[in-house]
Design a protein around this ligand. Structure first.
Ligand SMILES: Nc1ncnc2c1ncn2[C@@H]1O[C@H](COP(=O)(O)OP(=O)(O)O)[C@@H](O)[C@H]1O
Ligand SMILES: [Mg+2]
Length: 360
């Protein structure tokens, strides 16, 4: 799949701008703080429904403006799409695809697929578990809208359970029947989430292993490490697991078990990379995982996602850069960089020089 055109109006530091992308490599270059990442952020918004870095939509609207308008034209092997988004500073954002209003953001995700790779992702290996959970969730949510729905349901119930646990702890630690209502709800959505995550890790492993082997000859192994340590991940088994641990959760005043604490363990040559990997091994593993994410999307959807590479070239050594360049050569990729020397420019490469929110 590829993006033909992106238009921004009142978005971040753009007054008005239009980009016509090549179906292959696009290099967005310029000094720091000129608006390069803002372009990738705009694309990401259409794919995931929310920004990869803004805490609230308000930040996305240009200072002094009341709303932002974005549009993107893209196509896959079957058809073309034209999507519009309006972000109102003091209101909601609305999205339409081919003139049909999209009511739920989870519906938006199945149209435009992207894999974003930013310097922060080098933390996939050594960073905190939430970086790895986000990696799993963004992959699964793009492929399966129902996964995202379960996740949202789960988080709603989790918030309620946490408030209740805090209250129970403050009130002297007695159990309360409402707790089992929340556990029931968490077991129901949690079972679906765990099953999906288990399946995802199994699939991504194969691709990531192959890629890591090609880059460095190392043996990569990714293991799902669920918070709920049970082979049986049926709804009933999870409910029992949670019920058996109610007292401990009340003691702590917060939910200690469940998919909100899941993690991945990443091994390179049989050793846990987070603890024992060299920086090089950790970077290779992160790169392998991200490229495997693209393969995963291709496998399920039959289309490669658009690759968004934000400023990562300077973080990779020449071998990894060359491997990456080879791998993405026939796919659409938007690369930002302050230094165009780091990027392999074939004749198909389209360059965009960004200065202070304008293409020059
Ligand atoms: N809502 C906004 N309105 C106007 N300018 C903004 C807004 N949000 C961010 N910016 C500006 O955008 C620039 C950062 O853009 P970014 O794409 O992150 O830069 P880079 O080129 O380094 O990737 C900064 O100059 C910042 O002040
Ligand atoms: Mg940037």
């Amino acid at each position: 799949m590829y993006i033909k055109k992106l238009k921004l109006k009142g978005f971040r530091n753009y007054v008005e701008a239009e980009f016509e992308f090549s179906p292959l490599t696009n290099v967005i270059y310029g000094d720091n703080a000129q608006g390069k990442t803002n372009i990738l952020e705009a694309v990401y918004l259409f794919a995931q429904g929310r920004s990869h870095r803004a805490k609230s939509d308000r930040e996305l609207v240009r200072f002094g403006e009341d709303f932002a308008r974005l549009s993107v034209d893209f196509e896959d092997s079957k058809r073309s799409y034209s999507a519009n988004m309006q972000i109102v500073k003091n209101g909601r954002k609305s999205v339409s695809i081919n003139h049909v209003h999209i009511m739920k953001l989870s519906k938006l995700m199945s149209y435009l697929n992207v894999v974003m790779f930013s310097p922060e992702d080098l933390n996939l290996v050594k960073g905190s578990p939430n970086v790895r959970r986000r990696f799993i969730d963004s992959s699964l949510s793009q492929m399966y809208p129902l996964y995202l729905a379960s996740l949202m349901e789960y988080n709603k119930a989790l918030n309620q359970k946490n408030s209740l646990l805090k209250m129970l702890r403050a009130g002297g630690g007695r159990a309360d029947p409402t707790l089992s209502v929340w556990n029931e709800s968490l077991a129901q959505s949690g079972a679906k989430i765990m099953e999906a995550r288990r399946g995802f890790v199994k699939r991504i492993n194969k691709a990531a292993q192959k890629i890591q082997n090609e880059i460095s000859g190392e043996k990569l192994y990714i293991k799902y490490h669920p918070s709920i340590r049970s082979e049986d991940i049926s709804k009933d088994a999870i409910y029992e697991y949670l019920t058996a641990r109610e007292a401990r959760e009340i003691d702590m005043g917060s939910a200690l078990y469940g998919v909100q604490r899941d993690d991945l363990e990443i091994f390179v040559d049989e050793r846990e990379a987070r603890l024992f990997g060299s920086q090089g091994q950790q970077r290779t593993s992160a790169l392998s995982m991200k490229l495997a994410q693209a393969e995963y999307i291709k496998e399920i959807k039959g289309e490669y996602p658009v690759m968004l590479l934000d400023d990562i070239m300077s973080e990779l050594d020449i071998n990894r850069r060359m491997y990456l360049a080879e791998r993405i050569r026939d796919k659409q990729v938007l690369i930002t960089s302050t230094d165009t020397d780091l990027i392999d420019k074939s004749t198909d490469t389209k360059l965009f020089h960004i200065e202070n929110g304008t293409v020059i």
